[in-house]
Design a protein around this ligand. Structure first.
Ligand SMILES: *Cc1c(COP(=O)(O)O)cnc(C)c1O
Length: 473
């Protein structure tokens, strides 16, 4: 493991020389002067550069290699997006500037909202939420405001299918709702009869991902939306999986009232390293009056009387919006559609190549991702999904999502995205099959993998029970 910058510190070593002090001296009040100098690392410039270069080589991102992390859409992010996001007219402005002086930014936000409306079939968007989960929370507050405004105050429950992303029940809970779980049917979609049995005048909304986290498009979606509407509830679309259907089918046309998108997934902003995200929320006309304050509509900030208020400081992660806008304009409407087609094609190609080696959880044509079950491998060799993922690390590829969705045992969820070549996918398939053979001949090897990473096999039980989240100096 790399040394900490503090461990490289040598007393009185300096990276820079400050200019001669030539200002009048100011004597600050004793109370606000710190008692001791801050403990900063004392290192030369070359040490700093080497330190960060070393760290950057230990980090793994889409620019390093294949990253088929299901549900996360780790597609390659074109560098053109970075160029536009670093134009000074976008990157050097401040949200407190007068609207007159940031007309270009306002226009970009208006046009992006309009483009997102077209892609999703919604009537208005707010760009304020900072991530998918934040968008879900926003959407649920909008739904809450809608019911309350109509004096329909009995609605305290939100329905979530058992294949949902964990953020769905968590956001609903944060918004004050209790959760009703509905099971999936044998085809991996919502069990319509089970849904019917839990609908009532206490249900505020159903949250749904379509295609869902199994990579399956629910063919009953129109019926599902109709059922929920007839019971007086609204239908929420978790749009994190939009990469499968862009330009082909729209949540607004499927019957959804509210959607969130993950610009950092579908619309190509780097993510996964804790960088900023953006989870815009789109609504149908009946929810427009509740949109957050500070939403930009037609180049103006709106202030709705019935607004749910503000969801964060200022107007959202603007530079993520610039990247998404660039991406949408550079692909065009046909390009977006083609991106989705290729994402679906790539996932089906990989599934077809792997299905004879690992059982596919739902062996039907998939959308942008698919789920394998490694239960049989575990039963026969003792090697589980986690061991296989640790083994992959030694080949310099990022493992797929594992143990999710929860309804598949020993799940590996693979999402190649449209930006990967056939050669890259073939190489990954070859590695996975090689590791499977290894599981039968030398399971111990996989139990102890990885061997080449800066940190070897971690004790996750210990890490979960006694997390050490910062270096003790
Ligand atoms: C990623 C994801 C989310 C949450 O999005 P964040 O931006 O990570 O908060 C929600 N639902 C699904 C299906 C996702 O894949």
């Amino acid at each position: 493991m790399s040394a900490l910058i503090f461990e490289r510190s040598i007393k009185n070593r300096r990276g820079i020389t400050l200019p001669e002090f030539d200002c009048p001296e100011v004597h600050l009040d004793e109370n606000i002067v710190r008692a001791a100098a801050p403990r900063l690392a004392q290192v030369g410039e070359v040490d700093v550069v080497r330190h960060y270069m070393e760290l950057s080589r230990n980090a793994f991102g889409v620019d390093n290699g294949f990253y088929p992390l299901g549900s996360c859409t780790m597609k390659y992010n074109p560098k053109l997006n970075e160029q536009t996001a670093s134009l000074p007219g976008f990157s050097d402005i401040h949200p407190l500037q007068s609207p007159d002086s940031v007309k270009g930014a306002l226009r970009l936000m208006s046009e992006l909202s309009q483009q997102l409306c077209e892609v999703t079939g919604m009537d208005g968007f707010t760009l304020q939420p900072s991530a998918g989960a934040h968008g879900e929370f926003t959407g649920l507050l909008l739904i809450h405001a809608y019911h309350e405004d109509r004096k329909d105050v009995k609605r305290s429950k939100v329905i979530v299918p058992d294949s949902a992303h964990g953020t769905n029940p968590a956001s609903a809970n944060m918004a004050g709702y209790s959760i009703i779980n509905v099971p999936s049917n044998a085809e991996g979609g919502v069990d319509v009869e089970a849904l019917r049995s839990v609908l009532s005048d206490e249900v505020a909304a159903l949250m749904l991902t379509n295609p869902n986290t199994l990579g399956l498009f629910d063919p009953n979606i129109e019926e599902i939306a109709k059922m929920v509407h007839e019971a007086g509830g609204l239908v929420y679309y978790d749009g994190a999986n939009l990469n499968a259907i862009m330009g082909e089918v729209r949540p607004g046309d499927m019957g959804f009232d509210v959607v969130h998108l993950n610009l950092h997934k579908t619309f190509s902003t780097p993510h996964g390293g804790g960088g900023p995200g953006s989870g815009p929320v789109g609504v149908k006309a009946h929810l427009l009056p509740y949109l957050p304050d500070g939403t930009v509509v037609k180049e103006k900030f709106i202030a709705n009387e019935k607004s749910i208020g503000r969801l964060r400081s200022f107007y959202g992660n603007f530079l993520v919006n610039v990247r998404a806008y660039t991406y949408i304009l550079s692909l065009g409407s046909n390009g977006l559609k083609e991106a989705s087609y290729n994402a679906v094609l790539n996932a089906n190609y990989m599934m077809a190549k792997l299905k004879d080696h690992f059982p596919v959880a739902y062996p039907v044509p998939c959308m942008h991702e698919f789920v394998l079950s490694l239960q049989k491998l575990k039963d026969e060799t003792g090697v589980n999904a986690k061991d296989m993922c640790k083994g992959l690390l030694d080949y310099k590829v990022h493992p797929p999502t594992m143990y999710f969705p929860l309804i598949v045992h020993e799940a590996l969820m693979i999402e190649p995205t449209e930006t990967e070549s056939k050669e890259t996918m073939d190489e990954f398939i070859r590695i996975l099959i090689e590791l499977k053979d290894k599981a039968y001949t030398d399971p111990e090897y996989l139990h102890n993998a990885p061997y080449t990473t800066p940190i070897k096999r971690v004790d996750d039980v210990l890490a979960a029970r006694h997390p050490v989240l910062k270096a003790v100096l």
